[in-house]
Design a protein around this ligand. Structure first.
Ligand SMILES: NC(=O)c1ccc[n+]([C@@H]2O[C@H](COP(=O)([O-])OP(=O)(O)OC[C@H]3O[C@@H](n4cnc5c(N)ncnc54)[C@H](O)[C@@H]3O)[C@@H](O)[C@H]2O)c1
Length: 363
């Protein structure tokens, strides 16, 4: 789908923004070049940061109190990109609820909360105020993951039978997991691989954690509700020069690999039988209509698809949320239901190692 530039949208959303920190400056404000967003006001506890973002991203008004911004401005939507509080808890639930109660839709970054109870409260207030909330689970919008989802949804791929993923993250020892301040990094990052697993494998029934004490790496066995088997390798201890991620999905006679979040290889169903002991070359065994398909960007042209803003899902997630809002629709991905499952998974990781942690509640 061709990308529409900000000034080409016939209608735009009057937008406020809470948070003028590093990530917002680098990766979220710039997405508005491609979304139906009229940035009306920004807010940060630090007035200098707020004034800087207002100037750089082209709005006259800035605030250091979000309640004042909500009271003074007429807004359709507010983006929130803030940090954690002194207890290591993301500030999103309280800020998002303030915005919902002021009658505006909300987009929040990850991690959306530190407990599933807070997500439930956001779901309750969102439904009460009839305002939508989207969460920045960017990996659900990476072009490579979206293409993977399309391929595995085809009937010829067969049902997803197993998935393996890799993500470098250290899991604190069990005795520290009750302390949210010691879990900040884990909570911050664990939603990344699990949002991809949710996109491609669906909901999870349980996890079983096999952890290494030296570096906190782990191999996590996963059972999807669909019956698919999963494996998440939390590869802490790897070289800092290494690629970070690799994902493989197996169907029924086909599979695909996403390497480094950009390279996608689809191993298609073989049309001919490869005779063991008699095949002298590997070309005649794989016909042109069954040989693997391989995609990666060319990184030569000034195309949007070569920008991190698109490759890492930032622009697509904001475009999805804002254009659907203009159509009167809730977000399709990065929903509070996605957030609820991801926080239930986070809570399962806080249980003792080696136990099968059920994700779904019995009620
Ligand atoms: N998706 C990604 O790839 C990605 C990457 C980096 C960070 N993040 C997320 O983005 C968020 C921000 O991270 P960061 O590194 O930019 O943090 P940061 O500390 O640089 O910025 C946070 C900003 O929020 C402001 N703030 C906090 N509470 C506020 C309030 N009540 N009202 C107004 N402003 C307030 C702070 O003053 C600060 O300027 C975090 O949730 C982080 O996990 C996501």
């Amino acid at each position: 789908m061709p990308v529409t530039y900000n000034y080409e949208y016939p209608k735009q959303l009057r937008t406020g923004f809470i948070g003028c920190g590093g990530h917002a400056y680098r990766n979220v404000y710039p997405t508005f070049q491609y979304a139906p967003v009229d940035l009306v006001a920004v807010c940060d506890l630090d007035p200098v940061r707020a004034a800087t973002c207002a100037k750089v991203f082209g709005t006259e008004r800035h605030y250091s109190d979000h309640m004042e911004m909500l009271a003074r401005e007429e807004l359709d939507v507010v983006f929130i990109v803030t940090n954690v509080d002194e207890d290591g808890r993301p500030r999103y639930p309280r800020l998002a609820i303030d915005c919902l109660r002021a009658g505006v839709h909300v987009w929040i970054e990850k991690p959306p909360a530190s407990s599933s109870a807070e997500i439930r409260e956001m779901i309750r207030v969102s439904s009460e105020t009839k305002r939508h909330v989207a969460v920045g689970f960017k990996k659900m919008f990476f072009p490579a993951n979206v293409k993977a989802k399309e391929i595995i949804s085809r009937p010829e791929f067969g049902p997803v039978t197993s998935i393996t993923a890799r993500y470098p993250q250290s899991l604190p020892p069990f005795e520290e997991r009750g302390d949210q301040r010691k879990m900040v990094s884990f909570l911050d990052h664990i939603v990344h691989p699990h949002s991809v697993l949710r996109l491609l494998g669906g909901p999870i029934e349980w996890i079983f954690v096999n952890r290494n004490c030296a570096v906190g790496s782990a191999v996590v066995s996963i059972r999807f509700t669909s019956g698919a088997a999963g494996n998440l390798h939390l590869s802490a201890g790897q070289s800092s020069a290494s690629f970070l991620e690799r994902l493989e999905i197996i169907g029924g006679g086909e599979n695909l690999v996403v390497e480094n979040n950009v390279r996608l290889i689809h191993y298609r169903r073989s049309k001919s039988k490869i005779e063991y002991g008699r095949s002298g070359d590997y070309f005649s065994a794989l016909t042109d209509d069954s040989a693997p398909l391989y995609w990666e960007p060319e990184f030569s042209l000034g195309q949007l698809y070569n920008k991190g803003l698109f490759l890492l899902g930032y622009a697509p997630e904001v475009i999805q949320f804002t254009t659907r809002l203009l159509d009167g629709k809730d977000p399709a991905y990065g929903t509070l239901e996605d957030a609820l499952e991801l926080l239930q998974i986070y809570e399962a990781y806080r249980m003792p190692d080696g136990i099968i942690h059920p994700i779904k509640e019995s009620s």
